[in-house]
Design a protein around this ligand. Structure first.
Ligand code: BES
Ligand code: MN
Ligand code: ZN
Length: 512
């Protein structure tokens, strides 16, 4: 999709369709007020008689007969005016693209509401949301029912600063495409998404965006003593990979942020086999890894001044003849031994070696991992918000503050030492389950043992990485969480400058 910016007034736009914002107070103002006289007052009347109430992502479509440069006008609701946040513009644009795209519209002009004060941010959210809205999840069908093929999106922004709008549109396009890239990886079933294929996709991203790339095979893992990762992979005929993407945006700094993502391309549970009902959803168990690769794709294109590495341990978890048996003990790269009580708690095992490798060999000074790690997360926070656990409250709070307006939700959860006690083994250093109480937090306490005391945040995306409900702005299935948060955080850190640089870098004028 081509995304451009226009300084035209809403009433003089030429396109297939024009999208206008309406708030829940049903006031006729902004771009809608500009267009309504040309429509003979139909918007005013739809608002007055309650046909359009301005609820979030509500739509009303009008066909235009008369002297307007568009054939269709779509009203999209933005909800309570007083609660407006720029991130809502992503949903606003996504709703518009899905509604019109499914009805054979190929060119869309979309008006920026007067509430959006910052042009860079507004254009970025609109471009991102529009692109995210185009992705259809029926990618394996011979023919799609209502294919969305929006070729051009024009952001109609009146008097807002043109340079900032252009930069924002470019930014949002990269982010939206990276979110979709992640969603496509996650959607792809496990027979087409093995660890080897995931590594190939990462390599292609590295080539496209100029990132460093490495992919460790099982021989190298053995040499490095990655017994935990290998212990998961030994139940499958598909060999594991440890994928590494490197972005050196600030060569003068020794700081290196590691993004680590769980890449279980299929989780059957292993010998501790899962029940069949929802097992097919476990193709999504590499969503964390897909998000790391997608975020690195965006970072490689946006080129912020910061060093970031992406690390993805990729493996299947299957009950093959050589599979790990409950009671088996594996030694992780950092020397800690782990008694495997339940082979279905495999995510923490592969992450253990990935976190250790990032700290011991790749020079990570801070780490953020993301993983579809525990079913307990779905019980505690549902599909609404991602839990953030950490060994460093200041780092976690900084992350939470910086990603607040990014369009994804995060909430802190504690990692008290008591939780670690639940994962101590009788025979080894650790065991891989901590019982039913606080399952997400004992998993976090386990992971903390592999970061060597470095500031670290763990995002458990088990409830948020994918959903079974379509929304007006996004197809059902993978959400791309936490790509937006990763990119937002990395850019915020790059603007602040590396600690010890002496000067906090000035924010670029476009990125407010
Ligand atoms: N991938 C699952 C967690 C999961 C469950 C993600 C449901 C999304 C939806 C993970 O590998 C797992 O099986 N975790 C176990 C751990 C338990 C055995 C300690 C769980 O949560 O049941
Ligand atoms: Mn599992
Ligand atoms: Zn899993």
């Amino acid at each position: 999709m081509q995304v451009t910016v226009s300084s035209d007034l809403a009433r003089s736009v030429v396109s297939d369709a024009l999208v206008l914002p309406v708030f829940a107070d049903k006031a006729l103002e902004g771009p809608a007020a500009d267009v309504d006289p040309k429509l003979g007052g139909v918007i005013a009347s739809a608002l007055a008689d309650g046909e359009m109430q301005g609820k979030p992502n509500e739509t009303a479509l009008f066909h235009v007969i008369g002297d307007l440069g568009v054939r269709k006008v779509l009203l999209v609701g933005l909800g309570d005016r007083a609660k407006f946040e720029p991130a809502q513009l992503a949903q606003y644009a996504g709703t518009a693209v899905r509604h019109l795209g499914k009805r054979n519209v190929h060119e869309i002009a979309i008006a920026v509401p007067a509430e959006a004060k910052d042009p860079f941010t507004a254009a970025s959210f609109i471009a991102e949301g529009a692109i995210v809205g185009t992705l259809d999840t029926t990618i394996y069908r011979k023919e799609q029912e209502r294919p969305i093929d929006v070729k051009s999106l024009v952001i109609v922004a009146g008097a807002l600063d043109r340079g900032a709008l252009d930069a924002g549109a470019k930014h949002g396009k990269i982010l939206g495409e990276s979110v979709n890239f992640t969603r496509r990886l996650a959607l792809t079933p496990a027979n087409d998404m093995t660890p080897r294929i995931l590594a190939e996709r990462a390599e292609a991203v590295a080539k496209e965006t100029g990132l460093g790339f490495d992919s460790l095979d099982e021989d190298r893992m053995k040499e490095l003593g990655m017994g935990a990762l290998l212990g998961v992979s030994q139940g499958s005929s598909q060999p594991a990979r440890l994928i590494v993407l490197t972005y050196d945006g600030d060569p003068n700094s020794r700081e290196r942020l590691a993004l680590v993502g769980k890449g279980i391309t299929f989780d059957s549970g292993g010998i501790s086999l899962k029940p069949p009902e929802n097992m097919h959803e476990m193709k999504y168990d590499m969503s964390g890894g897909a998000a790391v690769i997608g975020a690195m794709r965006a970072i490689g294109s946006l080129k912020p001044k910061i060093n970031v590495i992406g690390v993805v341990p990729a493996s299947e978890n299957l009950p093959g003849p050589d599979a790990t048996k409950p009671g088996d003990i594996h030694r992780a790269m950092n020397g800690k031994t782990i008694e495997v009580i339940n082979t279905d708690a495999e995510g923490r095992l592969i992450l253990a070696d990935a976190l250790a490798y990032a700290t011991m060999k790749l020079g990570a000074t801070r780490l953020i991992d993301c993983a579809t790690l525990t079913g307990a997360m779905v019980i505690s926070l549902g599909h609404v918000v991602t839990g953030a656990m950490s060994n460093d409250d200041a780092f976690r709070d900084e992350f939470l503050a910086e990603v607040k307006g990014c369009g994804e939700r995060y909430w802190p959860l504690p990692v008290y030492d008591d939780y670690l006690n639940q994962t101590k083994s009788e025979i080894a250093d650790l065991k891989n389950t901590g019982g039913r109480p606080a399952g997400s937090l004992t998993a976090a306490a386990f992971l903390r043992e592999f970061v060597d005391g470095k500031p670290w945040i763990h995002l458990d995306i088990a409830g948020t990485a994918y959903g079974d409900k379509e929304t007006p702005y996004q197809a059902k299935g993978p959400t791309g969480i936490p790509v937006r948060a990763f990119v937002t955080f990395v850019e915020a850190e790059a603007r602040e400058g590396a600690p010890g640089d002496g000067v906090a870098a000035e924010r670029p004028t476009v990125a407010v």
